[in-house]
Design a binder for this molecule. Sequence first.
Ligand SMILES: NC(=O)c1ccc[n+]([C@@H]2O[C@H](COP(=O)([O-])OP(=O)(O)OC[C@H]3O[C@@H](n4cnc5c(N)ncnc54)[C@H](O)[C@@H]3O)[C@@H](O)[C@H]2O)c1
Length: 393
Amino acid sequence: MVVSGLQIAAAVPCASSSRRVYKTRAAILGVDMKAASQLKLTSSYHISSASARPFIRTFTCTSKKFSKVVTKAMSGTTEEGIASGLPIDLRGKRAFIAGIADDNGYGWAIAKSLAAAGAEILIGTWVPALNIFETSLKRGKFDESRVLPDGSLMNITKVYALDAVYDNLEDVPEDVKTNKRYAGASNWTVQEVAESVRNDFGSIDILVHSLANGPEVSKPLLETSRNGYLAAMSASSYSFVSLLKHFVPIMNPGGASISLTYIASERIIPGYGGGMSSAKSALQSDTRVLAFEAGRRHKIRVNTISAGPLGSRAAKAIGFIDMMIDYSLANAPLQKELLADEVGNAAAFLASPLASAITGTVLYVDNGLHAMGVGVDSLIFQDLNVPKDDGKS
Ligand SMILES: NC(=O)c1ccc[n+]([C@@H]2O[C@H](COP(=O)([O-])OP(=O)(O)OC[C@H]3O[C@@H](n4cnc5c(N)ncnc54)[C@H](O)[C@@H]3O)[C@@H](O)[C@H]2O)c1
């Protein structure tokens, strides 16, 4: 008998010295994706399922900075043929994940966790990044990152071109229509993508919004232009409203939607500017209102994950992500690296029937950093006996 769905297991340190070694059954490896520019675009394409031997990777942690408690999605059978634990079972469910253009970000990790739990995966990729993403997929550049806990490769049933700042064709300005980065792609407005998914598959169960953009993100709010502010809101918050609005009619009752937010929506994070903090605040507020509206009318749950810092392509473009990762390691209750998989697994839980009463929430997956009121690495606290992970326990 095959155990259904996705089970969670924590990898145990192989050695209990300050040099820790962890073994995991699968690992996401970064692939350096260059910005997609001046590339000819193609329409949607399919990649077929394949299987591979389990990919084994050993992490050798030489400093606390790389200390990991690896929590992995596991799926498989037990020796007795009895399902152990409490599985996340998404077999028979179909997910549309908007905002994947490489294998480094949260969207990819969420796709993998949903796939490990048995969901069928559809992806929406930003039009200017589509060609390079598809080419990389076809050439097998992501194959190592596609390995699931059971050794098979994540199957992406279809990739759709998407630009989530345009609801329909009438919204698209002439200069975008004629832009060479959009040439060759079609049906990429939100409404058209929802229609294409309906025509191709009829319905979905899970909608994931893992995208954001703020052209003036590096400017303080006081120096942000109206256009920059509104562009951040359009790409990072209204894009979720629009996606849900257009996909809700094809979402099965009991379905779930998830977006990604950041603590800068609630607390001051200098450097996260250009209206991006405002956009994330709107996203969190909208999560509550949409939970009510989509819950009452369509029995759809709406939640958002407030994720800790990850060195994704989008985050690197902001310019201070390494600083935020270091700050988290120094100050969060859990002093370990945050893995994209941990956000992926939280998303799989939220999307699953196990979370059937959870809606309208912000779920923090950030090693607990959001709960801190002070930064304990401040010199002010040097004489305070602050417990630290010295790597011994
Ligand atoms: N990386 C972090 O530290 C962090 C922390 C908290 C929250 N988040 C959030 O996680 C989500 C995913 O970001 P990520 O950091 O994983 O980076 P990422 O680069 O993997 O994902 C961002 C995606 O948004 C896409 N995108 C941008 N504009 C788009 C548009 N108009 N239409 C469609 N797609 C568009 C990009 O192509 C990219 O694939 C974002 O909402 C981000 O704000 C990230």
